[in-house]
Design a protein around this ligand. Structure first.
Ligand code: ADP
Ligand code: MG
Length: 200
């Protein structure tokens, strides 16, 4: 099983015009304070072992100034990792968009609202790829939590679901997780992406 690196993920997302939040890989404290990404920011580890970054203390959100940033950098120095990412802090509702390549059905696309909606209530919708815009909207409307999304940027969310369906049919992937995708009135941005390749 092979997880893609941040650079590989970023290239695929760019190729398919899938919006990822402003992010940079950083190697030193000097570099992290000079990226020019406006506060508040998020600092997180990048791992090729696919561990839950937050469970390991590897995600620090809502960093508001340089002092807090340096503290977060020092805190992450103790966490096992393959790299450190700084990102813009995105505000909004958290969603999950994912894909599993099923041996029988091929790529199956999943959509749900983050947090308890997926984890406790299992409120998700599924479609076998290819998924077009009309079906993507149906997937969103099918979830019980749909009402919570009124007024938010659903057109861009639909594009993300369709693009994930397109790339799933081509790129030899076993699983993709965009968790979370953050949506508000103005934009939709992925802040965490995990790509697992099909065994070669
Ligand atoms: P993991 O899923 O490996 O624990 P994430 O990158 O998903 O790591 O971060 C954990 C949580 O931190 C997310 O579910 C989200 O609530 C929050 N978070 C992470 N990155 C951002 C960001 N750029 N903007 C806002 N919230 C974020
Ligand atoms: Mg995540």
């Amino acid at each position: 099983m092979k997880l893609l690196s941040f650079q590989e993920i970023r290239k695929i997302l760019l190729d398919y015009k899938i919006p990822f939040c402003k992010s940079r890989l950083v190697n030193s404290q000097e570099e992290v304070i000079k990226t020019g990404i406006n506060y508040p920011v998020v600092l997180k580890v990048f791992s090729l072992k696919g561990v839950h970054k937050s469970k390991k203390g590897g995600v620090v959100v809502n960093i508001k100034n340089e002092k807090e940033l340096i503290k977060a950098w020092n805190d992450l120095s103790k966490v096992e990792k393959d790299g450190v990412l700084i990102q813009e802090m995105v505000f909004g509702k958290e969603l999950i968009v994912g894909m599993k390549n099923d041996p029988q059905f091929g790529p199956v696309i999943l959509f749900g609202l983050g947090g308890i909606f997926v984890e406790v209530l299992k409120d998700v919708s599924l479609r076998i790829a290819p998924v077009d815009k009309k079906e993507a909207l149906e997937m969103i409307k099918e979830t019980k939590a749909y009402g919570l999304l009124s007024g938010l940027k659903l057109d861009k969310l639909i594009e993300i679901i369709v693009s994930l369906s397109d790339l799933s049919l081509k790129e030899g992937l076993k699983e993709v997780d965009f968790n979370p995708v953050i949506i508000n009135e103005k934009q939709v941005l992925i802040v965490d992406a995990r790509f697992l390749m099909e065994n070669e």
